[in-house]
Design a binder for this molecule. Structure first.
Ligand code: MLC
Ligand code: AMP
Length: 480
């Protein structure tokens, strides 16, 4: 099929028509499948002249974002990147990170974000497993003079990202997320939380996790609202950003809401919706926030492997301590106390790990590992984890990973890491050690080799670690 000379004009007038006309999106003679670009084009093409993004005191129109990401896509292509290749991205939030994500989507290259706080040991595991063609560590690395959008054959089942999430085994696994799963999640949130182009989104969460990447970035691009992106949430300057930008929409983890309790009440006057997730929002924080700001935080629940699955209602009672009901298209059930979910947002599997995928998914039902109950009127409440995951400031920590590092050190015969309650971060890790290694030495090793949020706040030397007759550590007896 030859592209008509009017294809560019068509693309502006009717983005979907341009895609229908493009051979790249056809499968056989008749079928086309929607991919993420079709939805992004409502902003990138349909709202091209409008300011879409504020970053670092600069404004970017959607047309500028389209052109920038095309330049990056062409630079990647010139370096040999093709559909299905992986690109590791170890960057803090920035406009360049958005360019790279969009460039990957346009080429069908799989975006593999890496937590900016990860150190070599943690990064090596991901690069060994994902085998990316390259890992970007500096935003300056990619550019080209070519602003034409590259055309690639993509459909809804094309993987868009692999996000590494720590498994209960301690080694993180790559969750393969397709265009369709991203689309289903965002379309559902746009409807459920009534997000529209009239919104102003203040995004402070890190784009290397599903919370900002799957919810924040996608809802922005698909609604065509204006977004101000910050490099990170900084409680010392957060209030100024609210007062200056006057957002209507904000996504946070509970630690952020604890921090915002110290902000002036005026930060909320422009706001329409505060959403919380990634860790349990304590009831007293929910209540204090409501008293101080006159806003009822909407708490929802999700996972990297499943995107968002449960949410309190936008209209209707947002009940403290609960995560509401299944989102549109999601089925939920509780089996032996464990929450299982099924629906269009559930991932395609763990990267090159069919055994782990088979263990996690049962006939389409994803076993979340979270324990839950349901009220008579259908509200779900999370009751903790089956495994011993620690969530600190919304970042997940698997004790086993820290224990393995500690056991590699001279003077450590046994090690057990547990989470203890923390008023700001929710939980923080502490370590129990059998052996003569000094706390200072262990702290130094952990700081050098682990992301800062995983470093145990204390190293407590004990004579022995309580174990069952079968040798399993009885963590509930530690810290008590
Ligand atoms: C935290 N730090 C960062 C950072 N975030 N450093 C660089 N970039 C970031 N984005 C480091 C700091 O250097 C510091 O290190 C420590 O973390 C705490 O910093 P703080 O300034 O005291 O921050 P605080 O006010 O406590 O807030 C922390 C936070 C952070 C809320 C900003 O925890 C955070 O960004 N959390 C979001 C995590 C997230 O997006 N999770 C979603 C996972 S997806 P030091 O050395 O002093 O400790 C998921 C699924 C779902 O769970 O349902 O969403
Ligand atoms: P991740 O593996 O980083 O995607 O983290 C997913 C985990 O975050 C879930 O399995 C839950 O344990 C936790 N989580 C997400 N949202 C909530 C919430 N609203 N309340 C409690 N825990 C949550």
């Amino acid at each position: 099929m030859v592209r008509s000379p009017d294809a560019e004009v068509d693309a502006v007038a009717d983005p979907l028509r341009a895609h229908r006309a493009s051979p790249c999106n056809c499968h056989g003679d008749y079928t086309i499948s929607v991919n993420l670009l079709h939805l992004y084009d409502q902003s990138l093409v349909g709202r091209a002249a409008e300011i879409g993004l504020e970053w670092d005191k600069k404004q970017f129109s959607f047309a500028a974002i389209e052109a920038r990401s095309n330049r990056v896509a062409n630079a990647l292509r010139a370096r040999g990147f093709a559909k299905g290749d992986r690109l590791g991205v170890h960057l803090a939030n920035s406009v360049e990170l958005i360019d790279i994500f969009l460039a990957c989507v346009k080429l069908g290259v799989i975006f593999v974000p890496i937590n900016i706080l990860y150190r070599d040991r943690e990064i090596e595991h991901i690069t060994r497993d994902a085998e990316p063609r390259a890992v970007i560590t500096s935003p300056e690395e990619l550019t080209s003079g070519n602003e034409e959008r590259p055309r690639e054959s993509l459909d809804g089942d094309t993987p868009a990202a692999i996000i590494y999430t720590s498994g209960t085994t301690g080694a993180s696994k790559g969750a393969v997320l397709t265009h369709n799963s991203f689309i289903s999640n965002s379309v559902s949130l746009l409807a459920a939380w009534q997000i529209s182009q009239a919104d102003r989104l203040l995004l402070t969460l890190p784009l290397f996790h599903i919370h900002a990447l799957g919810n924040g970035l996608q809802c922005w691009l698909m609604s065509g609202c204006r977004m101000r992106l910050l490099e990170r949430f900084d409680h010392r300057t957060a209030a100024e950003e609210f007062l200056d930008f006057r957002p209507t929409l904000f996504f946070g983890v509970p630690t952020i809401y604890v921090r915002l309790l110290d902000a002036p009440a005026e930060i909320a006057t422009s706001m329409r919706l505060f959403v919380s997730g990634s860790a349990p929002l304590p009831t007293h924080v929910f209540e204090k926030f409501c008293e101080r700001f006159g806003h009822t935080i909407l708490e929802r629940y999700g996972m990297t492997e499943t995107f968002m699955t449960l949410s309190n209602p936008y209209a209707g009672e947002r009940r403290a301590g609960t995560v509401g009901f299944p989102l549109p298209g999601v089925s939920a059930r509780i089996v032996d106390g464990e929450l299982q979910v099924k629906g269009p947002t559930v991932f395609a599997g763990y990267w090159r790990n069919p055994a782990a995928t088979a263990a996690a998914v049962d006939d389409g039902w994803f076993k979340t590992g979270d324990l839950a109950s349901i009220s008579d009127d259908g509200y779900y409440t999370l009751l903790g984890r089956k495994g011993d995951l620690i969530i600190s400031g919304g970042f997940n920590i698997y004790p086993r990973e820290i224990e393995e590092l500690l056991l590699e050190q001279a003077g450590v015969r046994e090690a057990a890491v547990i989470g203890v309650a923390d008023a700001i971060r929710g939980e923080v890790p502490i370590a129990y050690i059998v052996g003569e290694a000094s706390a200072d030495d262990l702290d130094r090793v952990c700081r050098a080799q682990l992301a800062s949020f995983k470093v145990p706040r204390k190293f407590i030397r004990v004579d022995s670690i309580p174990r069952t007759a079968l040798g399993k550590v009885q963590k509930h007896l530690l810290g008590s």
